[in-house]
Design a protein around this ligand. Structure first.
Ligand code: HEC
Length: 278
């Protein structure tokens, strides 16, 4: 008697579970059919980064110092008035081909000075930058908070392609179809700018690269907006990981070593077991 009773309880409990799960599934599906989830503004308007090819891409990628110097010029002339680069020292610029004298001059002429505190009076003053100083922090009183750019290509999905797309994406406006769904995007709030590559769609940064020849490259490259955006993105790949090229070289050396070691180990195996039946 008892075993049959226990067996029927098992079926009852199992059946109850299936019933509750079925009810939950039915509720979810019928809710979804009656009131389907609405498209969000992000789904309607956000764009994934455009494609950007840089010489530093891929496991064998190398920095192009000419391009990095152009990118630094764009950073210096355009971005540096709002954005800090506080993890990079002036003397690091020697790695991208500037001479020691050039670096000293760049540091000395840098418009934002190094803050120094008088050890006796406790008051703050400033002095010219030295080659050994980090780039000084920038005070930005405008709308929004410009992030430090040292690591930005590591901190954003898409890295340099994202920075490039953001800088060249201001001209793209929401489509008429998207505006019909989201009429609030017809007028961008004061102090903000529509940019479909920014996660928030409206960004506080005014378009920094607006006209061709905004800077003059000394290597003769034409400074189109697209070129400046590519070069400053390449520069920000370098600031985020100046040792990338060394890491790549070490990786290649390790893989070659392992290949040779595998060959030697196989040769040793053949020699040791030669003539032995196995
Ligand atoms: C007039 C000041 C100003 C200038 C010049 C400027 N920016 Fe910005 N930038 C901002 C502000 C403000 C933000 C923050 C925007 C926000 O959070 O809405 C920002 C944000 C950014 C972001 C981060 C976006 C994100 O995903 O959070 C990047 C990348 C960036 N700027 C790159 C640049 C580059 C590269 C230059 C030079 C070509 C530049 N900016 C020039 C003010 C500026």
């Amino acid at each position: 008697m008892l075993p049959l009773f226990i067996r029927s309880i098992k079926f009852l409990v199992g059946g109850a579970f299936i019933f509750v799960l079925g009810l939950a599934l039915f509720g979810t599906i019928s809710g979804w059919v009656q009131d389907p989830p609405k498209e969000t503004a992000e789904e309607a308007m956000h764009h994934h980064p455009k494609e950007l090819r840089l010489p530093s891409d891929g496991p064998l990628g190398k920095f192009d110092n000419q391009q990095l110097q152009r990118g630094f010029l764009v950073f210096e002339k355009v971005c540096a008035s709002c954005h800090s680069l506080s993890l990079v020292s002036f003397r690091d610029l020697q790695q991208i081909g500037y001479s020691e004298a050039e670096v000293k001059k760049i540091a000395k002429d840098w418009p934002i000075k190094q803050p120094v505190q008088d050890p006796k009076a406790g008051t703050w003053g400033e002095r010219d930058n030295l080659a050994s100083d980090r780039f000084p922090k920038v005070y930005y009183p405008g709308t929004g908070t410009p992030p430090d750019l040292s690591l930005i290509t590591k901190a954003r999905h898409g890295g340099p392609a994202y920075v490039y797309s953001l800088l060249t994406g201001y001209s793209e406006k929401p489509s008429a179809e998207a505006l019909a769904h989201f009429p609030e995007f017809a007028k961008t709030p004061d102090g903000m700018h529509f940019n479909p590559y920014f996660a928030n769609l409206n960004i506080a940064m005014p378009p920094p690269l607006t006209a061709d020849d905004q800077v003059t490259f000394s290597d003769g490259t034409r400074a189109t907006v697209d070129q400046m955006a590519q070069d400053v993105s390449a520069f920000l790949v370098w600031t985020a990981e100046p040792t990338m090229q060394r890491r790549h070289a070490a990786g290649v050396a390790v893989v070659l070593f392992l290949l040779i070691a595998t060959g030697l180990a196989y040769g040793a195996y053949l020699t040791v077991w030669r003539g032995v039946k196995h």
